[in-house]
Design a protein around this ligand. Structure first.
Ligand SMILES: [Zn+2]
Length: 192
């Protein structure tokens, strides 16, 4: 973090926590967008700043379409073409927003959600996720919107690992819906 002896000028971003060591342009743009996004997410009540800073933004990529409701749901398509139904094609009762896609209770949608969860479970196993994380992540995913579930799940299992507890608290701050949209806690990268 300190300037090197033969480095009279260097650039810091992220309130002095990150020193630029190579091409600075991309990282400066990243931090600029990061700050702007934190303000917009707070204004639009997507994530409070305290939850925003928990997200691993370096690794989040496609999440933004879902959080701003600009994914190709019927609700969004209806905004472009008023003749297009805005209803969920499965239950035909609610507007098909990104939030609804995750929460629709129509039987086939629930089946589809469970299949997606199964795929995630297979992937976690294929990349050798440690068993504790695998179990609790899957309980969290299948909980469908339980609040503070991850930490509760760990506590009920008698977890004493402080690193795992920090991870769970961090992810719980971000919440289930945002987790499902790809907003993963930065603490996952720090877990051994
Ligand atoms: Zn529905």
């Amino acid at each position: 973090m300190q300037p090197l002896p033969l480095e009279p000028i260097c650039v810091y971003v992220s309130q002095g926590k990150e020193k630029m060591t190579s091409d600075t342009g991309e990282r400066i743009r990243f931090h600029g967008r990061h700050k702007l996004a934190m303000e917009i997410f707070s204004q639009r009540q997507i994530l409070l700043p305290s939850a925003f800073v928990q997200v691993d933004w370096n690794n989040v990529n496609k999440a933004l379409h879902a959080v701003h409701d600009i994914a190709g749901t019927n609700y969004r398509l209806n905004k472009c073409d008023g003749t297009h139904s805005l209803l969920c094609p499965s239950c035909l009762t609610a507007k098909e927003t990104c939030a609804h896609v995750l929460m629709c209770e129509e039987a086939d949608r629930v089946k589809c959600f469970q299949m997606s969860a199964d795929n995630l479970h297979s992937w976690l196993r294929s990349v050798d996720t440690c068993e504790v994380l695998e179990v609790h992540i899957m309980r969290f995913v299948r909980s469908m919107n339980s609040e503070r579930f991850l930490i509760a799940s760990l506590e009920s299992a008698g977890n004493r690992d402080p690193i795992l507890n920090r991870l769970a608290r961090s992810q719980d701050k971000i919440g289930w819906r945002r987790f499902m949209e790809g907003m993963i806690s930065k603490e996952f990268c720090r877990y051994p």
